[in-house]
Design a protein around this ligand. Sequence first.
Ligand SMILES: Cc1ncc(COP(=O)(O)O)c(C=O)c1O
Length: 473
Amino acid sequence: MVEKRPLVEALEQFHKKKPISFHVPGHKHGLLSNLPQPIRDSMQYDVTELNGLDDYHHPEEAIKAAEQLLTKLYNTDKSFFLVNGTTIGNLAMIYATCKYGEQIIVQRNAHKSIFHAIELVGVEPIFVSPEWDERSKTASYVSLKVMEEAIQQYPFAKAVVLTYPNYYGVSSPDLENIIRLCHSLQIPVLVDEAHGAHFRTHSEFPKSALLFGADVVVQSAHKTLPALTMGSFLHIHSDLIDSKKINKYLRMLQTSSPSYLILASLDDARSYVERYSPMDYKQLMDRREVFLEALGTISLIEVVQVDDPLKLLLRVGKYSGFQVRQAFEKENIFVELADPYQVLLILPLLKVEHEYAFAEIRKRIKSAVDQLKKENPDGINNLFQMEQKSISTLEMNMELLSEKQGEWIPYVRSIGRIAKGMIVPYPPGIPLILPGEKITVSILTELEDWLDKGALFQGEHRLEEKLIYVVED
Ligand SMILES: Cc1ncc(COP(=O)(O)O)c(C=O)c1O
């Protein structure tokens, strides 16, 4: 049985009328499109804010009803559907809490959208470094101790911005105490929970930051729930933040032509969470266990389990994650990301009725590993660990930085220089170098390690020519 989905129902009702389109979008229900037929079919539902379909920025009907159901499910003051991803939620929550020149405490391994928000608003970031998690070999959560020190040094910070869980599914044992500490000083806690939209489905998943009392939580519904790419949720549950202010920035920052396909998929994703039963979870875990056992019989494969059971880290002997990803892709298995150590798989949040070809996948993984061993008898094995000061600020503030000239120099000669461009290994999309930061030996060593292992980069760089962008001396 499908629960109420007001937005999906409104869209279906509208489609049933066989409407004639004299409005945008120009593809006219797919008629003018030369895209493949399955895509054209779905374009019949790609409509705009017409009578009966409500108004995204001033919802009164179906969108309002659907967002109310979301608000009720997550037990918040107000929850929103976002059509521009968690990226836009991150921007809106920072715009709504801080003004130009104010200080904000930010977890250093945040997504680039957080750094973009900081730059756009012109706030002064105080970076707090995460712990190194040896099990997943990733930068994970900020400890209570580091946060206590940061708050003691910067008691006038306007907000604390955390990422929870990290990309790899590592949660935080300190989150609840950090939120309590911040609230005792009236500092709101904003959480980028892009990778935790499914936590609400069962108590065995890590808890959502909402349950620990976070003020604003943004979740990429499209990452682990059955929502279309760009569909996210933003939740507010706070005595410290005015939901009207966040609403204002969401209206300013988001498109005035929302995709009804995305909106309907968010309504459906909310209903999926609501209907996800303990039986669904149990069966998913049973199937996962069988898959893990099957993977365990493939020589060289090590499976690392993290806090979120939907995430699996696969390591293959001495091969880097990039080599493993390439081998998997030859078997048409596409992973979420590769890093120097491993590849990350995101399992589907299956319900009892879903089939999934785990046995076939195991066969292909085995064949990929066999091929990898044959083609590359020698893997790469010089692994690194991020090293950072636990609390740091920018060497040069963004305003001054924008007035300075930049120059391109070989990165090997950049130690001690101030970066003018952002360098982001992608995925995971966590900046390695931020504009305004001083380039240190450890940052450079990490950059060389990423390059050695064939990582891809976003940001302002010419790494293929071994050049990076720094402030002119
Ligand atoms: C931690 C984190 N925050 C935010 C984002 C951006 O999310 P979205 O793609 O929904 O805009 C990502 C995307 O990978 C992410 O990993």
